[in-house]
Design a protein around this ligand. Sequence first.
Ligand code: SF4
Ligand code: SF4
Length: 185
Amino acid sequence: MEGYKPGKECALCRGRCCREKGCSLSPEDMKKELKKSIRQKDIACLPENELSERILVMLKDPEGLYAIDHFSTESGPFFYLRMRHKCYTFVGIDAIGECVALTEEGCTLPEERRPMGGRFLESNEKMQCVQHYTREMMREDWKPYQKILSYIFEEYERKFQEDGTFDRCDAAYFDWMKSQREKNR
Ligand code: SF4
Ligand code: SF4
């Protein structure tokens, strides 16, 4: 596996990183997922509108694992994909939440399928874990996809705000957290 294996301390902390936020994909992670549904064509040859459509189909899968999120830069929001959060959709807002792939037994994804941000988080005994897939690297990697991701994000953010989807997600996440607290009492 390319990256860092989880250390002994990961079993002790039981995935603090994964409970705070889903790990970030690189475009290569995204392409690996897209390749499952694109056999006949090389992704690199797809015209932009078709690539955008493929990404949207992948994101809208109700069993899907991914969401679009963004961080702030001097020139505005910068978009990328990360693991989706429990109870939430493929549009990441107020992006704090527990990754859909995390269970009590740890990450359910095989190591080679974990996104770059998970594989390149190096744990250490003092729990000062170091992220080697940096914002700078993400900005370089995701630059070619800004138009596609911002278009999808803005369209569905508006839609989900208007139809109450975000409110329902918040309520579902609140109930889920409550049930977890009761279970752990
Ligand atoms: S990488 Fe760090 S925060 Fe994440 S599970 Fe391991 S020790 Fe915990
Ligand atoms: S995919 Fe696995 S490593 Fe990444 S945040 Fe989710 S549970 Fe953690």
